[in-house]
Design a protein around this ligand. Structure first.
Ligand code: BES
Ligand code: MN
Ligand code: ZN
Length: 496
């Protein structure tokens, strides 16, 4: 998809469709709405005066465009002016793309001017994100219908003249973020037989080459040499080899401690010997969502040239039952040297993350953030509206909460008091991999905390937010790319 900023007046731009946001109480007497009203011979004023367009969120009026301007115009109600934030703008762009799809159009323009509640650069970024995310589909595994081909939006122009430099910057950033999140969604959407750990690593390496990241991939032999026995223990039941993927962006000074992003890349989670029930098991292809988001975020970091050293780590494996699989009660070792009693082989994410976090902590990071579809328990705690965030540093947790708010990918803190660690005490090993049902998302984080050494660290449990119904205008059912945007926002906030 081509997404660009064009410095031109929306009221006279040529496009198959022009989308314009309208807030409550807007009048056609000034600004863009006045120019558009004049071009349309009073049609905008009539839409407002008739009450068909009151500016309420969800109001939508479709008009035919002016001579010499856009072919069609869609007015999109945004709600109260003082409640229009970046997320409202993202959703507006999503609705604009859905309107284009309803008309079976391949291109559209969206007006930047007039949405004054959000600063120009952030406004352009949010429009680009919303449009880019909305236009994405996962269709690589479907045959093309020759008699009734699917029409996709392939070009979006953001148009406006109020603040060209800020608009251009924001559009570039937002387009890169949407591309990264969409790359994550594509990786997420691929089924387990396509997106194996090897395939995931190959995709990461290909992307790295295209954007100028350094990529390193460990195979199982190398993991064994390094002592990554927790990661290897999960892969034992699978015929597919595990991979440990490392991506490096050198945007800071040489030797500057990196920011590290770690993502769970479990390409299919059947539960292992502690087998999951069949209903809904197919969704466990999404158990690599954290890894996908880290790979997508690293692509963005490289594309927009973030001025910091950033490292992405993705431990990737399948979790299947077999005659060679790890069994409940087995005691395994880990890169950190701690022994782990595997009570439940379905608590495998924390095992592959343990070695990745230890690896990361040895790089002496400035801060390390992991994201993982780690527990069903987080869905009980927060539903599908926010990820849980926990860590060993309150300031970092607050940074992530703020980045979540700004990016529209929210997270909310849960406590990580030391009392929770006691639920992981084992009679046989240094710790066990499950802590019972109470506080399941927290005890999972308490487990991870044992493997981060002295790094400043936080963890996002994204089991309830990485994929889903996709009810927002810029989403579709399935992969949501969460938390690619949040991670990019956090890294950018750190890089200044
Ligand atoms: N991948 C799952 C967590 C999950 C659950 C993700 C639902 C998305 C939706 C994870 O590996 C898992 O199986 N966790 C167990 C942990 C339990 C055995 C302590 C869980 O949440 O039930
Ligand atoms: Mn599991
Ligand atoms: Zn899992």
């Amino acid at each position: 998809m081509q997404l660009r900023y064009v410095e031109t007046d929306a009221a006279s731009c040529s496009a198959p469709l022009l989308a314009v946001g309208v807030v409550e109480g807007a009048d056609a007497g000034s600004g863009l709405l006045a120019r558009l009203d004049e071009a349309l011979g009073g049609a905008v004023a009539r839409a407002l005066d008739s009450g068909d367009m009151r500016g309420k969120r969800g109001d939508e009026v479709r008009l035919y465009g002016p001579e010499g301007g856009a072919d069609r115009v869609v007015l999109l109600g945004l709600g109260k002016a003082d409640e229009v934030d970046a997320e409202a703008v993202r959703r507006m762009a999503g609705r604009a793309v859905r309107a284009a799809e309803a008309f079976r159009l391949e291109g559209l323009a969206i007006a930047l001017d007039g949405l004054d509640g959000v600063a120009p650069e952030a406004r352009a970024q949010a429009l680009a994100e919303g449009a880019g995310l909305a236009a994405w589909r996962f269709d690589e595994l479907k045959a093309e219908k020759e008699d009734d081909p699917v029409v996709s939006v392939i070009s979006v122009d953001l148009v406006g003249t109020d603040d060209a430099d800020a608009y251009a910057r924001g559009a570039m950033t937002g387009a890169a973020i949407a591309r990264g999140a969409n790359f994550a969604r594509t990786l997420q959407s691929r089924p387990g037989n396509v997106a194996t750990p090897t395939a995931l690593a190959d995709e990461a390496v290909r992307m790295a080459g295209a954007v100028g990241l350094e990529a390193t991939v460990f195979d199982e032999a190398r993991m064994r040499e390094e002592g990554m026995h927790a990661l290897l223990s999960v892969s034992r039941g699978s015929a597919e080899e595990a991979r440990f993927i490392m991506l490096e962006h050198r945007g800071g000074k040489e030797g500057d401690p990196p920011l590290i992003l770690v993502g769970k890349g479990l390409t299919f989670d059947a539960g292992g010997i502690s087998l999951k029930p069949p209903a809904g098991m197919e969704e466990m292809k999404f158990d690599m969502s954290g890894g996908a988001a880290v790979i997508g975020a690293m692509q963005v970091v490289a594309e927009i040239g973030v001025k910091a050293n950033v490292v992405g780590l993705v431990p990737s494996s399948e979790n299947l039952p077999s005659g060679t699989a790890t069994k409940p009660g087995d005691v395994i070792s880990s890169l950190a040297g701690k022994t782990i009693e595997v009570i439940n082989t379905d608590a495998e994410g924390r095992l592959i993350l343990a070695d990745a976090l230890t690896w990361g902590s040895r790089m002496k990071p400035k801060a390390m953030v992991d994201c993982a579809t780690l527990t069903g328990s987080v869905i009980i705690a927060l539903g599908h509206h926010a990820a849980a965030v926990m860590g060993n540093d309150d300031a970092l947790v607050e940074e992530l909460r703020a980045a979540g708010e700004a990016s529209g990918e929210r997270c909310w803190p849960l406590p990580l008091w030391k009392e929770y660690r006691e639920q992981l005490d084992s009679t046989t090993a240094d710790l066990q991999n499950v802590g019972g049902r109470p506080g399941g998302s927290i005890t999972a984080a308490a487990f991870l905390k044992e493997f981060v050494g002295d790094a400043t660290w936080a963890h996002l449990d994204i089991a309830g937010t990485a994929y889903g119904e996709g009810k927002l205008p810029y989403q579709r059912k399935g992969a949501l790319g969460f938390p690619t945007r949040l991670l990019v926002e956090w890294v950018r906030s750190r890089a200044g």
